[in-house]
Design a protein around this ligand. Structure first.
Ligand SMILES: Nc1ncnc2c1ncn2[C@@H]1O[C@H](COP(=O)(O)OP(=O)(O)OP(=O)(O)O)[C@@H](O)[C@H]1O
Ligand SMILES: [Mg+2]
Length: 325
C-alpha cells in the first residue's frame, strides 16, 4: 500500500446511512448529539458536538487533538456506547506496521494445515492457504470488513485510532489509503469494502504534527480544557459521590492551577481523580493540608508540584474559595 496526497477526501457514500436528510442514529441537530453524548456521561461543548455531528452526517473521520486527559479517547468510547457499534481500537505506537494495524497471515495455522493435509496424503492448493480462514484481521481491516464478520448488525463500528502522533509516517500511509475510500486490499484475496463506513475517531496529543494529507481527509477539532461550569458538571456526572461543596472547590482550584505556568496542566481525568481522592479522605471541603497531601493526584511532575507549593497552597485554596463562592 502506498500513500497518495492526490486522493480526494472521501465523499459521502450512497447507502441507507448517508441519504441526504436521512437521520443517522436519530440525529438531526447538533443538540441531538450533545444530548446523546450527555446521556452517556460525556458533556461536550458546542464545538465538539458540532464536530461529532458533522463527522456522522458527512461520514468523515474526526481528528481530535488536545492536551492529555481532556476527553479525546472517551469520545470514541461514548460514541460506541451510544450507537451500539463495536469499538474497534487501534492504539498507535512507534514502529506499528501493517501487520499489527491492518492484517497478517496466520503462518503457524497455515503450517499446521499444510502438515495435516500432507499427513493425510492429500495435496495442498495454495489458494486454500490464503483464504479468509487464515487471515488475521487487525483493527483497520476489522472496522472495514465489519459486515463480513457480523451479518445483520445494524450499527457500523466505531474505529478509534488512538494517539496517531506516536506512529511513524509510514503508518499514516496505510491510514490515508483506508480513510480515503474505506477499502482494504489483500492481494491474495481481493478488496474489502465497507458498505457501511465505520465512524472513525483519530486522536493525537500533538507530540508531532499529523501530516496535512491525513488532516485533509478528516474533520478537525481541538479539545481544550473545560471552563468551570462544564468541569463541575463533568464532576457531578463522573464522580457523583463527591460532596457538592467539595466538587465546586475542586473545579475552581483546577481552573486556578491551569493558570499557573505548569509543564502539564491538569486534565479532566486528573480533576476527577483529585475530587475522588479528597472525598476518599473524608474531606467535604478543600484546605491547605488536604491539597498538599493529594497534590500527586492532580500534578504528575515534580517541577509542577514545586512551582505550585512555591506559589503557596493557601493561594490555591483561597482562589478556589473565591471562584466557587
Ligand atoms: N467532556 C467530558 N465529559 C465527561 N467526562 C469527561 C469529559 N472529558 C474527559 N472526561 C473524563 O476524563 C477521562 C479521561 O479522558 P480521556 O482518556 O478520553 O482523555 P484523553 O484526552 O484521551 O487523554 P490522553 O491524551 O491522556 O489519552 C475520561 O475517562 C472521562 O471520565
Ligand atoms: Mg487518550
Amino acid at each position: 500500500m502506498c500513500s497518495s496526497a492526490d486522493h480526494d477526501p472521501p465523499q459521502p457514500r450512497s447507502s441507507a446511512h448517508s441519504r441526504p436528510g436521512s437521520t443517522i442514529f436519530g440525529v438531526e441537530t447538533v443538540d441531538d448529539v450533545r444530548a446523546a453524548l450527555a446521556e452517556h456521561e460525556y458533556l461536550a461543548d458546542e464545538g465538539l458536538a458540532t464536530a461529532v455531528f458533522l463527522a456522522i452526517r458527512l461520514q468523515r473521520p474526526l481528528l481530535l487533538e488536545g492536551e492529555a486527559g481532556v476527553g479525546k479517547t472517551e469520545v470514541a468510547k461514548v460514541l460506541a456506547r451510544w450507537t451500539g457499534g463495536e469499538l474497534v481500537r487501534l492504539q498507535c505506537y512507534e514502529g506499528i506496521d501493517a501487520a499489527q494495524a491492518v492484517y497478517e497471515w496466520d503462518y503457524s495455522r497455515q503450517l499446521l494445515h499444510l502438515r495435516a493435509v500432507e499427513a493425510g496424503g492429500g495435496e495442498v492448493v495454495e489458494d486454500e492457504l490464503y483464504s479468509e480462514k487464515f487471515l488475521v484481521k487487525r483493527p483497520l481491516l476489522r472496522a472495514i470488513a465489519y459486515e463480513h464478520d457480523t451479518l445483520g448488525a445494524s450499527a457500523p463500528p466505531v474505529l478509534l485510532v488512538d494517539e496517531v502522533d506516536r506512529a511513524d509516517d509510514e503508518f499514516e500511509a496505510f491510514l490515508l489509503e483506508i480513510l480515503s475510500d474505506y477499502t482494504v486490499t489483500v492481494p491474495e484475496l481481493g478488496t474489502f469494502h465497507a458498505s457501511v463506513p465505520p465512524l472513525v475517531v483519530v486522536t493525537s496529543n500533538r507530540t508531532r504534527d499529523v501530516h496535512d494529507a491525513l488532516k485533509r481527509r478528516c474533520l478537525y477539532h481541538w479539545i481544550g480544557h473545560p471552563d468551570f461550569e462544564r468541569e463541575l458538571a463533568i464532576l457531578r456526572v463522573r464522580a457523583p459521590e463527591v460532596p457538592e461543596a467539595l466538587a465546586h472547590q475542586v473545579a475552581a482550584a483546577v481552573q486556578a492551577l491551569r493558570e499557573l505556568d505548569l509543564y502539564k496542566p491538569p486534565g479532566v481525568a486528573e480533576t476527577i481523580d483529585w475530587a475522588n481522592a479528597l472525598a476518599a479522605l473524608g474531606q467535604t471541603e478543600i484546605d491547605e493540608h488536604a491539597v498538599g497531601v493529594t497534590l500527586g493526584t492532580i500534578l504528575k511532575y515534580r517541577e509542577d508540584q514545586e512551582r505550585t507549593r512555591a506559589q503557596g497552597l493557601d493561594r490555591v485554596v483561597q482562589s478556589a474559595m473565591e471562584r466557587s463562592a
